[in-house]
Design a protein around this ligand. Sequence first.
Ligand SMILES: [Zn+2]
Length: 478
Amino acid sequence: MTRNAPSAFVYALSMELTFLGAAGEVTGSSYLLKVGSSRVLVDCGMFQGSPEAARKNWRPLAFDPRTLDAVVLTHAHIDHSGRLPILTNDGYRRRVYTTPPTVALCDILLKDAARLQAQEVERLNRHRERRRGKDGLTPLFDERDVGELLRRMSVVRYDQPVNVAPGVTIRFRDAGHILGSGMVEAVCQEGGRTITVLFSGDLGERGMPLMRDPERPTKADVVIMESTYGDRDHKSLGVSKNELRDAINDAVNCRGMILIPAFAVGRTQTLIYELNELLQAGEIKPLPVFIDSPMGVAATRLYETHRELFDEAALAYLSQGCNPLRFPTLKLVTSADESRALNGVPGPAIIIAGAGMCNGGRIMHHLRHHLYKDTTHVIIPGFQAEGTLGRRLVNGEKIVRIFGEPVMVKAKIHTIGGLSAHAGQTTLLDWFAGVAPSKPALYLTHGENGPRAALAAKVNERFGVKATLPMLGDTVSL
Ligand SMILES: [Zn+2]
């Protein structure tokens, strides 16, 4: 090997990708893209769900944040953005590229995450002090780190190419998942080679309220694709809406409470939209609907300020002078006192509150207060990770623990898959059909092993493309 001739070995390693989360599971999304000497991080999400998953957040980062050239963020959900403030805490001082609504949503979600961290660490430290004296934990990050992160954010509109590091130009395209969500097309140039690496981010389902359908790129050399629902389709939106209507009418008949755990961003707004339509069509009687979530309320207001991103149906509502996210019996609850006062509200009424997987937040109080009553209806509209209370309810457990105490489950539990903000198997396959003719290398992530293996089999059968199922920490040459 002479000094000047590039060796095959060096050439092969000149572009590579490391999977730092959401590899064989749904949460913790993070990828390190190396192109020559450039290092670009795509997403840096929290691991969520079981205590074992949460423990991964405390592991040291697999890289020194000060060596990164840029960070790119697909969307604001905590399982994609939640560890970003650790980067600023550890000295990252370059830019974070994302869409304008994502910046605003991160402001809401990450400041809340910082407060939750502080509370959780305080609780753990009290526990540890009782057991073995003072050796306190410190939070992974605080509100100052979040503030520093927000100052590093550079807004990028959909379809606007931006050179984020030498040899790496990115472009966001509408992923149709939540407000501001994007897939990332990264055009990478190194040693005379140019390849397009496409990160799907989280893909939305087609035909969902408010959001436009995900765009379908037609060319990529490498595709990193989510597989949350790789093994199944959701029920249709129409069927789910009927189920929502029937569950509500059931609860109205027995004057029960209807509890709906929902993510503050995305699911909450979809629910408001659907309830509005049911009310307008006279399919349910007017009843109080409480959005008991400061974040859900803030996110709903933010959706209202980004009407330019709505789909045609929502724009048609607006053109008739109607706001699809407001109706007369909708009450927005922000203060803790107002939230506590909901305990005294007689049914029938609907309470929509976080956390979406019943692993914290105000929904826990409402569940503790109402799960033991047979007049209560719990409507689960989204994915419930292993180890969460939501998953136990879906699995039909008859006694669950809330705040350390056993609670009998007499409430009726409904799961309504059609309101998911994630693409089902058919939409995932149709999305991949756009890029399949370019025979890309395909990596399936953001899915438990069952669903992603099922999707891999379908992709192979339909397109003759063999997918790789990477594990945490794997590095591949591009
Ligand atoms: Zn998401």
